[in-house]
Design a protein around this ligand. Structure first.
Ligand code: DGY
Length: 319
């Protein structure tokens, strides 16, 4: 029997030996993702596809002999899961292993934005540090402030655990209210979205990118926030309307933001957002710890191998 064929859309930080035992593996080695027409050609002959969030896997790509799609990410908004389910193709993802790394990074952004770390670094390198000044680069307190967490799954809850150590009042909003035991152990209170926006000093986004969360943050929501509020987004760029974010930051409707994700990605070099000093932008690196990225790749490979063998994927989004 001939070996299964697999296409991997980028180099991964792990050994492929285990996968190569069960499949002939082709890896796309360019820095940029494979173009759509390359993917269209590949899917005609492969059994398994291992992809990243930069690959748009839409219905025409879910074709041929494909038996499994395995994504190296927890989010899978780039994949037409409904089309895959229709063809009974399992889609794997990598939940859990990136929770702490992403929560750590959200926390790093929150602290950097609040205490103006990027501006301070720029100021120092520009030779502007001449003396100690009582009102130089002031920011708000983090300890004791109110944090609003939008989306209270694994990563939102991990952020709450960090916030607890900073004696914060922690509000969360999500599709449903969690059990009182969990709320108590994390020290959080459920709040409707609008109340959370009105009362929070920091708002951090941890929702998936879906039709329901598309531009969840737009002019109306920024208008409800405090002028001193800081927005953090390590989830999906599509959750925040970039034009409304620009208006909110440029007009002082909110004080600052720090985002690891943008719409589109990468952010266009002529985006007006790049002109703002009260915005930190990083290139979607929330999960980028060495250990985490390696675990994500291993998990995606395990999903892929299971799919090639016709077994249930360990982490499947469409069981
Ligand atoms: C994910 O996994 O969905 C992140 O956005 C990338 O780690």
């Amino acid at each position: 029997m001939s070996k299964a064929k697999v296409f991997i859309t980028r180099r991964l930080p792990v050994e492929l030996k285990q996968l190569q035992e069960v499949a002939t593996v082709e890896v796309w080695t360019e820095r940029q993702p494979p173009p759509y027409d390359v993917l269209l050609e590949k899917v005609k002959t492969i059994d398994g596809l291992l992809c990243l969030l930069t690959d748009k896997i839409d219905s025409p790509l879910i074709a041929g002999n494909l038996k499994v799609i395995s994504q190296v990410a927890v989010g899978y908004d780039n994949i037409d899961v409904a089309a895959a389910s229709k063809r009974k193709i399992p889609v794997g993802h990598t939940p859990g292993v990136l929770t702490d790394a992403t929560a750590d990074f959200a926390w790093a952004l929150l602290m950097a934005a609040a205490r103006r770390v990027m501006e301070a670094d720029k100021f120092t390198r520009a030779g502007l540090w001449q003396t100690w000044e009582p009102d130089l680069l002031l920011g708000p307190n983090i300890t004791g402030a109110t944090l609003g967490i939008v989306g209270f799954g694994r990563i939102g809850q991990a952020v709450a655990r960090r916030a607890k150590g900073f004696d914060m009042r922690i509000l969360y909003t999500s599709r449903y209210q969690w059990e009182p035991e969990l709320e108590k152990s994390l020290g959080v209170e459920f709040a409707p979205f609008e109340q959370l926006l009105q009362e929070s000093d920091f708002v951090t986004v941890h929702t998936p990118g879906t039709d329901d969360t598309y531009h969840l943050f737009s002019d109306r929501q920024f208008n409800l926030m405090k002028p001193e509020a800081i927005l953090i987004n390590t989830a999906r760029g599509t959750v925040v309307d970039p034009d409304a974010l620009y208006r909110a930051l440029a007009s002082g409707k909110i004080a600052a933001a720090a985002v690891d994700v943008t719409e589109p990605e990468p952010i266009p070099q002529d985006s007006p957002l790049l002109t703002l000093d009260n915005l930190i932008i990083t290139p979607h690196i929330g999960s980028a710890s060495r250990q985490t990225r390696s675990k994500m790749a291993k998990m995606a490979i395990a999903n892929l191998i299971a799919g090639l063998k016709g077994h249930q994927l360990p982490y499947c989004v469409n069981p």
